[in-house]
Design a protein around this ligand. Structure first.
Ligand SMILES: NC(=O)c1ccc[n+]([C@@H]2O[C@H](COP(=O)([O-])OP(=O)(O)OC[C@H]3O[C@@H](n4cnc5c(N)ncnc54)[C@H](O)[C@@H]3O)[C@@H](O)[C@H]2O)c1
Length: 343
């Protein structure tokens, strides 16, 4: 029996090589096709990865040899593509955000609910060693209860980054700015660490790129979790470099600090390094994107192969979108709102 999983990638832009590389690393998976509406992009990718190329993703719907499809397309295409592919019995691994808004994400959840295939969402930073260690220390209670935490993302995106793209910087196609594209990973980690969100009060601004983008380039939020943990967040694309993401988690009996991709424990007046970037598993990704793409993709395939439910599914992916929607919504309001109240 042939146990090899056949794969395809839709969208041959900047993130697609990380997906192709992760597929190539697995013995029992094969990238059979790449798809892009731009035939030059598609043909180049096909040459790079030794597979077939297509310009219409709908051709994948009738291909019994293709089991898993990676969505590496702009945000506004994820929902429609995922629903069609799930309805055709395919497994879908979508890049973040799972959709450009909560309503579109709900269509995906609905389709996934009755589909034979699984829907997975790429939140690869959950696979970084510091993230895994933080989550284990929260769950084990080794430092007592988590009290509060903060996440800070100060990156740079130039006017050209937006002007040279047909979909970035617009509400209709990107679904937002720094929140939904760049800082979504840090918001995802905060909500994964903190648990269920009870309310969020946020504020968004366009500090630098006002004449270039419709969406925000900077945002802050105060997130209150059901367990009373308080999370503070600041994110911007208006810095002049991409700094490593900073995290701080204050527990009853110590504090965890992530700086320069290292994790430190501050306890009893002493700081100890407990996790270094070298251990974070290099996969060739830019460090500020995180290094977990290969780990997540391999894990998704393992779950498919073993018939187990992948843990970062649509229900998990929509939580961060709801949190982001809460920040946008509360930005115009005085009082914090629960994410469920936003739509
Ligand atoms: N997980 C991460 O850290 C990470 C990092 C970067 C990008 N991403 C995500 O990956 C996705 C793609 O981002 P990118 O930077 O590669 O974008 P990109 O603009 O570089 O590439 C998108 C590609 O999709 C193609 N495309 C557009 N419409 C299509 C269609 N109908 N059919 C087939 N192909 C189509 C475009 O021609 C382009 O080649 C986005 O969701 C983005 O948020 C995730």
């Amino acid at each position: 029996m042939n146990n090899t999983l056949g794969a395809a990638i839709i969208g041959c832009g900047s993130i697609s090589p990380l997906h192709a590389r992760a597929i190539a690393e697995m013995e029992d998976a094969r990238l059979l096709a790449v798809v892009d509406i731009d035939p030059v992009q598609a043909a180049q990718a096909a040459q790079d990865y030794g597979c077939e190329w297509l310009t219409d993703y709908r051709e994948l719907l009738k291909r019994p040899d293709i089991d898993i499809i990676h969505l590496c397309t702009p945000h506004y295409l994820h929902s429609q593509m995922a629903v069609e592919l799930l309805n055709a019995g395919k497994h879908v691994l979508t890049e973040k955000p799972m959709a450009q808004d909560v309503a579109s994400a709900r269509f995906m959840l609905e389709a996934a609910g009755t589909a034979r295939g699984q829907l997975g969402v790429v939140f690869q930073n959950r696979y970084n060693d510091p993230s895994v260690q933080i989550k284990e220390m929260i769950d084990s209670g080794i430092l007592g209860d988590l009290l509060c935490m903060k996440g800070i993302v100060t990156w740079t995106r130039s006017a050209d980054y937006y002007s040279n793209s047909s979909w970035r910087g617009r509400w209709a196609t990107e679904g937002g700015g720094v929140l939904i594209n760049q800082t979504i990973h840090t918001l995802d980690l905060l909500q994964w660490f903190g648990g269920e969100v009870s309310s969020v009060q946020g504020s968004v601004t366009t500090d630098v790129l006002n004449n270039v983008i419709e969406v925000e380039d900077s945002a802050h939020a105060c997130i209150t979790f059901k367990n009373k943990v308080r999370g503070l967040f600041y994110g911007t694309n208006a810095y002049l470099v991409n700094s490593p993401v900073e995290l701080e988690l204050v527990f009853q009996q110590g504090t965890l600090l992530q700086r320069r991709d290292c994790l430190y424990l501050w306890k009893d007046g002493q700081e100890t390094l407990i996790c270094e970037p070298a251990a974070a598993g290099g996969t060739g990704g830019k460090s500020y994107w995180g290094t977990g793409h290969s780990r997540l993709i391999h894990d998704f395939y393992t779950h498919i192969r073993e018939g187990r439910r992948f843990w970062i599914d649509g229900a998990e992916g929509i939580k961060t979108l709801e949190l982001i929607a809460g920040i946008y919504y509360s930005s115009g309001r005085r009082n914090g709102v629960a994410p469920g109240q936003t739509i």
